[in-house]
Design a protein around this ligand. Structure first.
Ligand SMILES: Nc1ncnc2c1ncn2[C@@H]1O[C@H](COP(=O)(O)OP(=O)(O)OP(=O)(O)O)[C@@H](O)[C@H]1O
Ligand SMILES: [Mg+2]
Length: 445
């Protein structure tokens, strides 16, 4: 993409309504525009990040054997009457009436709808285990939408639902979700800690929330610092191997980590003092096992191996896809702007032409632009007729992890400059070497 032909409505002023860095930076970098309270348009740059996050979520869910599909945003109230939640849900649910006076709602979640799909088509344990998921817009009429996309009213969420014939199989699904979530967040450059949580209105037994540590988080968290050293790195995960999945889950759930809702002072006090940490956290996902709550209420019954008719064991598992855009920025920015992790960056490298209109500089930039494109390394080329300082400020604000600066002085020596947004360090090299270096950097992403 050439910046001269792009739509990147960068703001010079800091928007007054934004209280936290991610909201401020998303507005300043031209990523989103509020349309009404808690409802946003995703402008081109923001949309690219949202899509990258969505893609990683899809890849990791399908790696775990979960099946993608898509359910509608509007749902019939009748299904929710069956589960009893139409009355229980409260004012967060946006209720709509259609022209035939039928009660509808904008889905805040999809347990009822997926249970209805399941019961219509599946009757035997032979079709299980099965986990279906979708990534779709949700609406919750939050009392206080705030912090931009972090607490929106309309937000993009991955929600998955497992159907299993036994408690043991449902726990295997729980473990698949925990491990796939750990991988998902790691690929986004995030440290998200699974914490024992309260089950809240969905009603559950086993549940963990995944929290990204950040001062601006809405939850108070308590944890053993040992948990922040854990990484999956390039471990191979075999999702068919139940025992090894359990081992990974145990590794992550053994060190103490709780939100204020389930915090246990006594257990916390038993952690060596120098490892006790308390902080704020942003909830970027949650996994639940809730047993037969919906299957019993809605008649999602299968025959088991012994020919008995039993309600299926279910769980639901969510990732805040749009919230993650904000959470990643909260975890990765400085006073100049955003610093995207390579896994989610909207463009993989920025090209800054220091002397637009100079035949040699223009030609070198074109060569670089083509070479990066050919290597699958989507560049954003700042080809505007602007001062170098303004171009650098834009690149720093929008946070591409790598910048290549092209100018007459370097070209006289046959080099361009490759700069890391994170460290600020620069290195001079040929155009070919810069492309090769970026290819290596992105090979594992
Ligand atoms: N209003 C919202 N705006 C953006 N993302 C949200 C919002 N509500 C929930 N999410 C995201 O969707 C994920 C799954 O939804 P879940 O039902 O667990 O939310 P929740 O526990 O009600 O969230 P919260 O406690 O933050 O209100 C959450 O972990 C969060 O990342
Ligand atoms: Mg939650």
């Amino acid at each position: 993409m050439r910046l001269s032909r792009y739509f990147l409505p960068v703001l010079k002023e800091t928007p007054a309504e934004a209280q936290i860095a991610s909201h401020r930076l998303m507005l300043r970098a031209g990523m989103i525009k509020q349309s009404s309270a808690g409802i946003y348009s995703w402008l081109p740059l923001g949309y690219r990040v949202l899509r990258n996050i969505e893609r990683i979520v899809h890849e990791e869910q399908q790696r775990a054997g979960h099946i993608p599909m898509l359910m509608p945003t509007l749902q019939s109230a009748d299904l929710w009457r069956e589960s009893g939640r139409y009355d229980a849900y409260g004012p967060e649910m946006l209720r709509i009436r259609d022209r035939h006076d039928r009660d509808m709602l904008y889905g805040p979640t999809n347990e009822e709808m997926i249970t209805d799909i399941f019961r219509s088509h599946v009757a035997s344990y032979r079709d299980l285990p099965m986990t279906l998921y979708h990534i779709q817009w949700k609406f919750r009429d939050e009392v206080r939408p705030r912090f931009g996309v972090m607490r929106g009213r309309e937000f993009f969420m991955k929600d998955g639902y497992n159907f299993d014939v036994s408690y043991e199989d449902a726990m295997y699904a729980y473990d698949r979700h925990m491990v796939s979530y750990l991988r998902t967040y790691e690929r986004m450059g995030l440290k998200a800690i699974p914490m024992r949580a309260d089950s809240g209105p969905i009603g559950g037994e086993d549940t963990h929330e995944f929290l990204v540590l950040a001062d601006t988080g809405e939850s108070e968290v308590f944890y053993d610092s040992a948990i922040t050293d854990l990484t999956l790195g390039d471990r191979t995960i075999d999702y068919d191997d139940r025992a090894s999945l359990r081992a990974v889950c145990e590794e992550w759930t053994t060190p103490y980590a709780r939100t204020d809702e389930t915090h246990d002072e006594e257990a916390y006090a038993s952690i060596p003092e120098e490892r006790r940490r308390t902080s704020r956290g942003i909830e970027v996902g949650q996994i639940f096992y809730f047993g037969t709550k919906y299957s019993e209420a809605m008649g999602a019954i299968v025959t088991n191996e012994d020919g008995e008719r039993v309600p299926v064991h279910m769980g639901s598992h969510g990732i805040g896809v749009s919230r993650l855009v904000g959470a990643i920025i909260e975890a990765s920015h400085d006073d100049k702007g955003i610093i995207w992790p390579e896994g989610v960056t909207p463009y993989r490298a920025g090209i800054v032409n220091l002397r637009q209109g100079d035949a040699e500089a223009d030609a070198a930039c074109e060569q670089l632009y083509a070479a990066l494109g050919d290597a699958g390394l989507d560049p954003l080329y700042d080809d505007r007729d602007e001062r170098a300082g303004a171009k650098f400020a834009t690149m720093d604000l929008i946070g591409l992890p790598w910048r290549i600066t092209v100018g007459p002085r370097g070209l006289a020596k046959g080099v361009v400059e490759l700069t890391s947004r994170r460290t600020g360090e620069s290195e001079e090299m040929s155009i070919e070497a810069a492309v090769e270096r970026l290819r290596e950097i992105y090979a594992g992403v």
